[in-house]
Design a protein around this ligand. Sequence first.
Ligand code: NIG
Ligand code: FE
Length: 417
Amino acid sequence: MVASTTADEGWDAIWVDASLATLDPGNRAPFGRIEDGVIAVKAGLIAHVGAGDELPMPAERMAAVVHDAEGAWLTPALIDCHTHIVHGGHRACEFDLRLQGASYADISQSGGGIRSTVMATRAASFDELFETAARRLGPLVSEGVTVVEIKSGYGLDLDTELKMLEVARALGRRMPVKVVTTFLGAHAVPSEFEGGADRYIDFVCDEVLPAAVERGLVDQVDAFCEGIAFTPQQVGRVFDVAHMFNLPIKLHAEQLSDLGGSILAANAGALSCDHLEFVGAEGIGAMARAGTVAVLLPGAFFTLGETVKPPIAAFRKAGVRMAVATDCNPGSSPVTSLLTTMNMACVLFGLTPEEALAGATREAAHALGLAAERGTLTVGKAADFVLWRIQDPAELSYRIGFNPRIEVIRAGAPTLI
Ligand code: NIG
Ligand code: FE
């Protein structure tokens, strides 16, 4: 039901009879819930959040448009804070090899893995990359994702790294989603630099990253710290250049082994460390002190048949924030559902449904440095939220392969998806 009238309060719109899961840390109720809630928007921002019976005037006098949520649950819009959604080709053949017993590291060392996607991405045109990424982004948008992080890292040469980031920017312009771009030039050593990781890092630091920054294509900088990728010392050089450009940093850290990347990243002020299956006590301590978010990627854990889990209990104890993301990529996590990823975070890692929803909203906003403007239903933040046909917010993590989204509101307005 929509009623139009003159608004005394001047709000653009209000949703009444909503069950709000605010995720606002100031609200101690589970999920920060407000039953029989109302939420109002003005100029694309949240202007009011509260209980319906506390409105000083009838809703019709306070907002130009009144939406009746009819008891539906309303949460902050979802944020996918770690993806490699722009890439060429696929790696279904590796999936088969892994099913026959080959490990991710074996495949990488024999020339497959990231390098095979690099060849496919270099060969793909801008339009091909755009179309294929848009097809993967569609399902995320349909689940209420309004912010997505997209990494480069399958080009590993100047032209293709720039092409990937340009595609990412184009997705943000043409699809109903805000895109945060991340430069991941230090993702793997490309074959033309075989045996010359340090020389490749020189190239990334001296040529590729500066060129991408100059074109306005980089919001943050990431790297892959691992035996099959780069050492903490090499990553540190990339971080130094990121700092020179005042760009926030993050790191693929301790996915397959503990090289101490998380310590380096946290001490350098990283927004997040991602994966973290093998992180040790020192890394956890450094992350806690720095406020670095642990981005959990259960899709990669699941796909690679990993058995070592990230230390969830230790993160909780140390007060490390935990975000949840798809890691959508063709090798380790061909996942295009954040809701399914939330389920995996609960079933595989033992997160509570509330932690999983916070992980895909509030904590994901922290992982992208966007906490002041997104991630909770809080006055002053972007009016991005989702109405769901569910009885309880835990249902978002509990069902598998089910999308109960009714409507996505972006900057205060319903989006067509
Ligand atoms: O996040 N770990 C490194 N990078 C990606 C996988 C890249 C790939 O296998 O293509 C990840 O899992
Ligand atoms: Fe990743």
